[in-house]
Ligand binder design. Structure first.
Ligand SMILES: [Zn+2]
Length: 82
């Protein structure tokens, strides 16, 4: 306790359609963002006002507080054919 574990950190699994809550809410008052595009930048759309933002993946991973909805992750626990 009290020290930062420098161990390997698993990359966060993100899928289009996931809804995340960030540590900092949008100025419109909402704090739910839907993932609409993956890549070097992750594109998120505010569920309330529809604003789209792009955030570097590494930066986003630190800003996510929790997942609100993970529609794809729940069904991809087993390997599935593409
Ligand atoms: Zn908003």
């Amino acid at each position: 306790m009290g020290n930062d574990a420098p161990g390997p950190k698993l990359p966060l699994k993100l899928y289009v359609g996931d809804v995340v809550e960030l540590k900092k809410p949008h100025p419109c008052g909402a704090n739910e963002w839907e993932v609409i595009q993956l890549g070097m930048d992750i594109r998120l759309r505010c569920r309330r006002c529809g604003r789209v933002v792009a955030i570097l993946r590494s930066r986003l991973e630190r800003r996510i507080r929790r997942f609100v909805e993970r529609p794809l992750d729940s069904r991809s626990t087993d390997l599935q054919p593409p």
